[in-house]
Design a protein around this ligand. Structure first.
Ligand code: TTP
Ligand code: MG
Length: 362
């Protein structure tokens, strides 16, 4: 079936938020990342604006090299909280454009608009409206790719950055892809590029030309995957993470009411581990941690702590729950039941973000 999928990707996201908040930065090269320390700094560039990219700067480049190439740039340390807030605002807007919405990273999302837009022209108008709303309400720009598969839409959104809209109708897939470098395919980086080049594959057209069985023979299942992408045969659906499950929780009652701290701790640890098995498997993050406690005499209390960004961190949960528990232990009452609830769930939103500080502080 012919689908119409939009891939939205914010332009130089972290740098765009900084520029929005400080108009003096407009027109200057802005680099977000580690402190360059006059060229002696360690760590890397998180991202930079398009002005800085003119000097050859890019994400993951050592900050010392960036400084050499662009010493007059404005170097800023990332402020994650601000980026999260902007990301939430943007995603809340994108979501309203189709119920089939999938957020991928902190600044990327897919929308399936097949049931909303009759054709690609309508989809283009829709994308323009979406871009306008985000610019008006959040003050940053994005690029949109429109195509019949997720991978085509993603390659298309990257094609004309910043502020682009690129449409690839099904009949134009081969024409659009054939001359693009293979690194345009998500997942093919500098290292695998060298490998494919050795086998005579330089542009996506070379993949299209190669028969599928040869691709499998030479490159295994990944070879099959990129052949499918190149031929517009990626049939992955835009998968919505249903936030109808708004929380995950577990509780345990003690055999006998207890004030044995070790026992209470081991129950909380057990509950925490059980909950995290599922969350870690499915890469579900949460922002709010709640402790539930029932004291002898059936008085039940809950205490919560919320973070400004989603986390997935078992140790942090235990640490938080223990801090919340303190207030009750002081009362010297026996405990009948303990429970942990994690809420404000988000799916897989911050892979890049969790790496961010590592990136910066390598
Ligand atoms: P990207 O969408 O890859 O990059 P970008 O939005 O900065 O630029 P583009 O216009 O090309 O889309 O990543 C989104 C954010 O994730 C980026 O602003 C900063 C962060 N990030 C890192 O911290 N380290 C990295 O290596 C990358 C690639 C991104
Ligand atoms: Mg981006």
């Amino acid at each position: 079936m012919n689908r119409i999928i939009l891939h939205c990707d914010l332009d130089c996201f972290f740098a765009a938020v900084e520029e929005r908040d400080n108009p003096e930065l407009k027109g200057k090269p802005v680099i977000i990342g580690a402190d360059p320390k006059g060229g002696k700094g360690r760590g890397v560039v998180s991202t930079c604006n398009y002005e800085a990219r003119k000097y050859g700067l890019h994400s993951a480049m050592p900050i010392s090299k960036a400084y050499k190439l662009c010493p007059h740039g404005v170097y800023l340390y990332p402020s994650s909280k601000k980026y999260y807030e902007a990301s939430y605002l943007v995603m809340d807007i994108i979501k309203t454009y189709s119920p089939t919405f999938e957020q991928v990273g902190i600044d990327e999302a897919y929308l399936d608009v097949s049931d909303i837009c009759k054709n690609y022209l309508e989809a283009k108008k829709y994308a323009l409206e979406l871009k306008k709303e985000i610019l008006n309400k959040v003050g940053i720009t994005l690029s949109v790719g429109i195509g019949p598969t997720k991978s085509i839409a993603k390659i298309a959104s990257d094609y004309e950055k910043p502020e682009g809209i690129t449409i690839v109708e099904p009949s134009h897939i081969q024409n659009f892809l054939k001359d693009l470098e293979i690194t345009r395919i998500p997942g093919i980086g500098k290292k695998s590029k060298i490998y494919y080049n050795k086998h005579g594959i330089f542009v996506i057209g070379d993949i299209i030309k190669t028969p599928l069985n040869k691709m499998i023979k030479k490159f295994g299942t990944y070879g099959e995957w990129i052949w499918k992408i190149a031929n517009g045969l990626d049939n992955r659906e835009v998968k919505e993470f249903h936030e109808d499950r708004k929380s995950i929780s577990k509780e345990r009652t003690f055999f006998e009411d207890t004030d044995d701290f070790k026992l209470i701790l081991s129950k909380l640890d057990e509950i925490n581990n059980k909950i995290h098995k599922k969350l870690e498997n499915e890469k579900i993050y949460y922002r709010t941690i709640t402790l539930k406690i029932r004291l002898k005499g059936f008085l039940t209390y809950t205490r919560s702590k919320s973070f400004s960004y989603p986390i997935l961190n078992k140790n942090k949960v235990l640490e938080t729950v223990l801090a919340l528990l303190n207030e009750f232990l002081k009362q010297n009452k026996k405990v009948r039941l303990v429970g942990i609830k994690l809420s404000n769930l988000k799916k897989d939103v911050n892979i890049k973000q969790t790496n961010l500080i590592n990136y910066v502080e390598i």
